[in-house]
Design a protein around this ligand. Structure first.
Ligand code: PLP
Length: 384
């Protein structure tokens, strides 16, 4: 919910820009951290969702670690003050340079996604005189019932190590002298609203870790990844994700052994609702069949609709006239540069301020300079 005072201050800011509701971020983190404490779980925030300095600073202060997917993210996490022993690093294609960065930083764990990767990490760790802690990112073959581009846990997805590879992994680990297995890692997809997916994941984890127990291989950490979805349809009604039910389902279904620590890697659910892309209407174009609201924000500022056919709630912050149907589009030279088709908005005119909600995750961090457009800046509710 964007307050009337905030809208007033928007008048003097160059659009388009990202607006972050810091109170909502803190409220979201407050609930999240209280539930972590209740169940004794740990969490590492997925930096890729939003790597804004101020935002990651607040998340670090709340006590979360960092989940990284590149060497530069590991370096950023260290620079932002995350304790190395709270940093984890996943990715199917870690380069030698990236692995060295993470080894030198002394991160908690590499979440390894293939047999050849484990070999390379072991070799590089040996050369640096270090011991690499690794977790196996297991592909549990679960359909997360989400968009195909953000599903990561089915056997046809590129991510993770499939159970049929366990035999060769175990053999390899026996030879790797510079590598220590510290756990199993899972991340089955993103924007998951069907919590039954997580119940299923807990059951699969029990089966999968038994394979290791049977061979006397200790699994001291279980990392369930991220993926919890948020309400893109009605952000004002559900500004905070359903963490209570999520953790309740995990707690009731995950068999945790004594001495095992349970980890999570939330990204979207922490930051999505606190971010809004604020734009101004450049033109309203009346076609024969459709009316187009043409914004000064485009797919280069927020690519989710073009990339994942994602829906974002759109609000005219200044008009309260009679509602009409519009297509809301950006100025970029691509037909996919469209934020919403056939949506109801109060009658809209040139100069109106428009908010595209739930843009805090995979929004600003994915922005680019296509068409040589400027990058949108960030503004924060507590600094207006
Ligand atoms: C992207 C990612 C996450 C975060 O996913 P969300 O859906 O944003 O919660 C967590 N873990 C890994 C390994 C990821 O790649």
């Amino acid at each position: 919910m964007i307050t009337a005072e905030a809208v007033k201050s928007f008048e003097s800011i160059q659009t388009p820009f990202y607006f972050y509701d810091i109170e909502l971020l803190e409220k979201t983190l407050g609930l999240y951290v209280s539930l972590l404490k209740k169940y004794g779980y740990s969490a590492h925030y997925a930096l890729k969702a939003n790597a804004d300095n101020k935002i990651i600073g607040i998340i670090r202060q709340a006590g979360l670690g960092a989940d990284c997917v590149s060497g530069n993210e590991v370096a950023l996490a260290v620079k932002a003050g995350f304790a190395p022993d709270k940093i984890v690093y996943a990715g199917v294609g870690k380069s030698d340079k990236e692995i060295k960065t993470a080894l030198k930083a002394g991160i908690f764990s590499f979440n390894c996604e293939s047999v050849p990767e484990i070999k390379v990490i072991d070799g590089l760790a040996g050369a640096l005189g270090k011991k690499a802690r690794i977790a196996l990112r297991v592909n549990p073959d679960i359909d997360a019932h989400t968009h195909k581009y953000i599903s990561t846990g089915r056997k046809e997805d590129k991510f993770g190590i499939s159970p049929w590879m366990f035999e060769s992994v175990a053999a390899l680990l026996g030879e790797c002298k510079n590598t220590e297995l510290v756990g199993l890692h899972f991340h089955v997809g993103s924007q998951i609203l069907d919590l039954g997916v997580f119940r299923l994941l807990c059951k699969r984890i029990a089966e999968l870790q038994q394979w290791f127990t049977d061979r006397n291989i200790t699994i001291s950490n279980l990392n369930l990844g991220g993926g919890l979805g948020v309400d893109y349809e009605n952000p004002n009604e559900h500004p905070v994700a359903d963490f209570e039910n999520y953790f309740d389902i995990i707690h009731k279904n995950l068999a945790v052994r004594p001495e095992q620590r349970v980890h999570f890697e939330p990204g979207r659910a922490i930051v999505a609702q606190c971010g809004h892309l604020i734009s101004r209407v450049l033109y309203v174009k009346i076609g024969q069949r459709r009316k187009f609201v043409i914004l000064d924000a485009g797919m280069n500022d927020l690519i989710r609709p073009a990339l994942y056919q994602a829906h974002h709630a759109i609000e005219n912050l200044v008009s309260s006239k009679r509602k009409m149907r519009y297509d809301v589009v950006g100025p970029v030279c691509e037909s996919s540069d469209k934020f919403g088709g056939n949506i109801m908005l109060p009658q809209t005119q040139r100069g109106d301020l428009i908010a595209i909600h739930t843009a805090g995750a995979y929004g600003q961090v994915m922005s680019m300079r296509y068409n040589q457009r400027d990058l949108a800046k960030a503004y924060y509710s507590d600094e207006l």
